[in-house]
Ligand binder design. Structure first.
Ligand SMILES: Cc1cc2nc3c(=O)[nH]c(=O)nc-3n(C[C@H](O)[C@H](O)[C@H](O)COP(=O)(O)OP(=O)(O)OC[C@H]3O[C@@H](n4cnc5c(N)ncnc54)[C@H](O)[C@@H]3O)c2cc1C
Length: 535
């Protein structure tokens, strides 16, 4: 579904609209600490635009699916059913949640189901791509080493050979160095680098770590969250920004560091995130963890293995457009020209779609963050200063979240040859509706320019090294755990969803994580098994 023509078609726009886009995106790289970045922050249009400083870059948009989503939203006419399939259980959506539901049904011996996926390929946010240089992720790229309570994740990793009696497979544990930060004009080791460079920073980091350790000890901040989250935590009634201020954590460095967590996991600023969720990012993980687990194609490595197990019961390219009652007990699920008549539906597509698709379903009222992911193919490694290249390379800015190196786990990566970087940008600076509209109207070449401008602060000759850029824009990429999310009615799906519909998407947790998607998918499958008395 690549749109290679995007550049030519849109590239003719005036520099004014391009300038507006670059400025509107809130590209402020001042904190990266170099003069060029400071200049960029004030007037990005002056640098880089129209400059022929590197070879032409090819590429375009990929995985575009907004048009199908809009047809569902607008209840556009769909083909009438021409064939009927009778099957006890239908799974709608083949992301990690839907695939995990299928995994659970299958391993419990219940094989009479079909999984319907809208895209050509299953995986959802855990899809990946491949080119001559490497495999690479399209969104999810790692799983923290599962803690003791993430029993399902541990079971799956045992089945896949990632966990054995000898421990975690060394090839999947992220190689050192894992993270570095570009700050004060050079790459420095670890995301804490800026804080570690001053006494105030070190004091604030210690205070933050103490507060988090105290919360971790409460046992409330578990993964999966359902095992620990209290019904009405006072922390869920304030924003993470207010919680930081209330605890005297005010310097720009500690605010950036803490907010990196909410931007990274929720695509949201600290002021737009529940303090419970902000704390969860740090307190749910062990202080010193071994991992994370990662693969060149990210979590697509897991998704493809789950998909292989149920390939014979999977239909791709099948967007479900209507689910209506069929008699008193059953459901009719319509996808393309087929009607699937079933008793139970596991709805593992994003929950915001439920009211558009399912008869009798209400709108959950969740907020979703838009994201942009770009895969950059580099012919060689660009110049840089400071700490050695890491797996995760973060620039101290409020624009993108930096890039992950797909070839990091290979020895070739150390040789400076061709590589693929996956660049991440959470569009969090303005409200999600505005960000989504701007994202859908933006053009590919402006985004390439914006990414180059951002990265050339740390890699001055980046334009000479990048040959290809594919970009995936995800309008409703992940749910936001906003203030009050823990207590939201729509999260109590048993009361909320119509009978026979089992909601399973990870968005019900507020935490867009592999383990949460897996937990919800398995929980929905268990509910189905219980009604069929196979649990
Ligand atoms: C940029 C980004 C980076 C991320 N990084 C990480 C990470 O590193 N680690 C991590 O653990 N998590 C990460 N995540 C979170 C990731 O979303 C979850 O880990 C998980 O993959 C979500 O799975 P899911 O099944 O709940 O949802 P989704 O992945 O959203 O799956 C939903 C599926 O439903 C399908 N669908 C939608 N509508 C229909 C329809 N009408 N009919 C049929 N099918 C339909 C979709 O095509 C999709 O396949 C990231 C997310 C994003 C956006």
């Amino acid at each position: 579904m690549k749109n290679e023509g995007a550049e030519g078609e849109e590239g003719a726009r005036s520099n004014t609209s391009r300038r507006t886009f670059l400025l509107a995106g809130g590209v402020t790289l001042v904190a990266a600490g170099v003069a060029a970045a400071a200049k960029l922050g004030r007037a990005p249009a002056l640098l880089g635009l129209g400059r022929k400083s590197g070879p032409r870059i090819s590429g375009g948009w990929v995985n575009e699916s907004a048009a199908i989503g809009h047809r569902l939203r607008d209840r556009a006419p769909m083909p009438a059913p021409r064939r009927t399939v009778r099957v006890p259980v239908v799974i709608v959506g083949g992301g990690i949640a839907g695939l995990s539901a299928a995994w659970q049904l299958d391993r419990r011996g219940f094989r009479d189901f079909v999984l319907l996926e809208m895209e050509r390929e299953t995986g959802g946010n855990a899809r990946g791509g491949e080119n001559a240089v490497s495999r690479y992720p399209w969104a999810a790229h790692y799983v923290p080493v599962p803690g003791p309570r993430a029993t399902l994740a541990r079971e799956l990793f045992r089945e896949l050979g990632v966990l054995t009696d000898a421990g975690w497979d060394e090839r999947t544990l992220c190689f050192a160095p894992q993270e570095r930060l570009f700050v004060q004009g050079e790459w420095q080791s670890g995301l804490e680098a800026e804080l570690m460079n001053s006494r105030t920073g070190r004091d604030e980091l210690r205070r933050f770590a103490d507060l988090i350790a105290e919360r971790r000890a409460s046992g409330e901040f578990t993964i999966p969250m359902a095992l620990g989250a209290p019904a009405g935590s006072p922390l869920d009634r304030m924003s993470f920004a207010d919680w930081l201020a209330a605890n005297g954590l005010r310097s720009p460095a500690i605010r950036w560091y803490a907010e990196y967590g909410t931007r990274d996991d929720y695509g949201a600023l600290a002021r737009d995130t529940s303090a419970w969720a902000g704390v969860h990012y740090y307190a749910s993980r062990e202080a010193a963890e071994q991992g994370p687990l990662t693969w060149p194609e990210g979590n697509a490595w897991i998704a493809r293995r789950l998909a292989a197990r149920v390939r014979d019961r999977t239909v791709t390219g099948a967007p479900v457009h209507r689910i209506v009652r069929d008699g008193t007990k059953g459901w009719s699920v319509r996808a393309g020209d087929a009607e699937y008549r079933c008793e139970d539906v596991i709805f593992a597509a994003p929950t915001f779609l439920a009211p558009y698709v399912i008869e009798g379903a209400r709108a959950p009222g969740f907020v979703y963050s838009p994201w942009l992911v770009a895969n950059l193919t580099l012919d060689r490694r660009p110049d840089e200063r400071g700490a050695s290249p890491a797996w995760d390379n973060v620039l101290r800015s409020d624009a993108g979240l930096g890039y992950v190196v797909a070839t990091h786990q290979s020895l070739r990566a150390r040789e400076g040859g061709p590589t693929v970087w996956t660049y991440y940008c959470a569009l969090a600076n303005r409200d999600p509706v505005t960000e989504r509209q701007v994202l859908l109207r933006s053009n590919w070449s402006d985004w390439v320019e914006r990414i180059m401008m951002e990265l050339e602060v740390a890699h001055p000759n980046i334009r000479r090294c990048v040959s290809h850029v594919d970009i995936f824009r995800i309008g409703h990429a992940m749910v936001r755990p906003t203030v009050g999310f823990l207590g939201a009615d729509a999260r109590r799906t048993r009361e909320w969803a119509p009978r026979g519909i089992h909601l399973a998407h990870s968005d019900l947790t507020g935490f867009s994580l592999f383990e949460e998607a897996q937990y919800r998918g398995v929980a929905a499958a268990d509910a189905v098994l219980a009604t069929h008395q196979l649990g």
